[in-house]
Design a protein around this ligand. Structure first.
Ligand SMILES: NC(=O)c1ccc[n+]([C@@H]2O[C@H](COP(=O)([O-])OP(=O)(O)OC[C@H]3O[C@@H](n4cnc5c(N)ncnc54)[C@H](OP(=O)(O)O)[C@@H]3O)[C@@H](O)[C@H]2O)c1
Length: 386
């Protein structure tokens, strides 16, 4: 069988590195066409030496960027990402960049009829209506990499018979801590996720449960379900990755050890399944217990805000995403406290006006405006705290 041709944008990140571990095991099944990273150029070159892609893109070049022209076909910046994603040599693109930078390259791939393995949730949170409509028009598959959506994708046989989606949440590092305990949580404590080893931004979002909020919005776009048919349940062991309930009351769940290798491998190999990087065999008898509980909407108010923004639709989710992302970066820089992330995001959300059906240009403009507005608000928090 011919090898499947793949490019990875965001190959130097947590998902990208794990994808290359998967691909290392599946060298007879895949050919790597392009790799793209942001500013970790040393690692990107190491990956290029090892996997010999045809194209390499340095997303965030600077003066220190060594000249490797001649050795690889090197592209630069956002246009380079778009060029890799437009290249019809690809059968599939793994979109593993973080943040809004994923949106335009994903659209380029879709316009060129190339299937997408989508890790970058911001693409759907910002422009899910446009992206999914274009995918349908171009007969392109958008296969989720996020473990919860990958689980749902695996459970669904006939989507018309499904009553609701049940998304599990580990609850993050502060699940059973009181508000008092976590109000002064440090960056280090917040980044200690009990189950998953991920990039910093998503790890902070997991601690505030904003990640689950973004996933609700992602699920709405991927599977076309109304928000009141998408339920969140806390499941600290992260063994049940998500579930669906059929109209007759039957519940189908997908289980496995918490590892991103499996959903990454599933997404890039779909509809086939390969042994690849299979983790150790799953054993029910080794699992002492599986716990489930309702999320605490008061301690984790981002969940309600995400449901509201999702139901509002249009540019509301763009505002939510941009304000949260800027506030998370400020928290990671040590400028604000953990709870300020929500306070700042809510303040920006409540003081913004929304557009019902924004175009991609409008989405990107709103995103930029909200980021500036949020940065200004963050400055006032920093001044007060000094
Ligand atoms: N990690 C997980 O387990 C997980 C699970 C589900 C979904 N996701 C989603 O997957 C995405 C990636 O998450 P992650 O945890 O892998 O993040 P990460 O570790 O922070 O990696 C982000 C990647 O994006 C690249 N990047 C950032 N800006 C770029 C630019 N302007 N041009 C080109 N590349 C750029 C980074 O490059 P440099 O490092 O070289 O700068 C890096 O390769 C996020 O949307 C996240 O929500 C992640």
């Amino acid at each position: 069988m011919a090898k499947r041709k793949i490019s990875i944008i965001g190959s130097t990140g947590s998902i990208g590195r794990q994808a290359l571990e998967v691909l290392e095991k599946l060298q007879d099944k895949f050919e790597i066409i392009g790799l793209a990273g942001g500013s970790n150029i040393e690692l990107l070159f190491e990956q290029a030496e090892r996997f010999q892609p045809k194209y390499l893109c340095i997303g965030k070049p600077d003066k220190q960027t060594p000249d490797v022209r001649g050795k690889f076909d090197v592209l630069f910046g956002e246009s380079g990402l778009e060029e890799i994603c437009s290249n019809k040599e690809n059968d599939i693109i793994l979109v593993a960049v973080s943040g809004k930078i994923g949106l335009k390259p994903t659209l380029k791939a879709i316009e060129n009829g190339i299937d997408i393995a989508l890790a970058n949730k911001e693409t759907l949170v910002m422009a899910g209506d446009i992206v999914m409509k274009k995918a349908k028009e171009n007969n392109v598959k958008v296969i989720p990499v996020d473990s919860e959506h990958c689980a749902i994708h695996q459970c669904i046989k006939d989507i018309n018979q499904v009553e609701k989606l049940i998304i599990t949440a580990s609850g993050g590092p502060f699940l059973h801590k009181s508000v008092e305990d976590i109000k002064d949580a440090t960056v280090e404590e917040t980044l200690k996720h009990p189950r998953w080893n991920m990039g910093q931004k998503i790890t902070v979002d997991s601690a505030t449960l904003m990640n689950k909020g973004l996933e609700i919005i992602e699920a709405h776009h991927l599977f076309g379900f109304d928000y009141d048919k998408i339920e969140v349940v806390v499941h600290p062991q992260s063994i049940v990755h998500s579930a669906i309930e059929y109209k007759d009351g039957s519940v189908i769940a997908q289980l496995g050890v918490p590892s991103m290798h499996i959903p990454i491998q599933y997404a890039i190999s779909y509809p086939e399944r390969f042994e690849g990087i299979k983790s150790k065999s799953f054993s029910f008898s080794e699992i002492a217990r599986l716990d489930f509980e309702k999320p605490d909407f008061e301690k984790f108010p981002f969940l309600n805000l995400a449901y509201n923004a999702g139901k509002q639709g249009g540019s509301a989710t763009v505002v939510l995403n941009a304000a949260n992302e800027e506030a998370v970066f400020a928290f990671l820089r040590g400028e604000i406290k953990l709870f300020d992330i929500y306070r700042i995001t809510k303040n920006i959300y409540d003081s913004s006006e929304f557009i019902v059906e924004p175009s991609i240009d409008e989405i990107l403009n709103i995103d930029e405006e909200i980021r500036q507005k949020t940065q200004a608000l963050i400055k006032s928090y920093v001044t007060v705290q000094k």
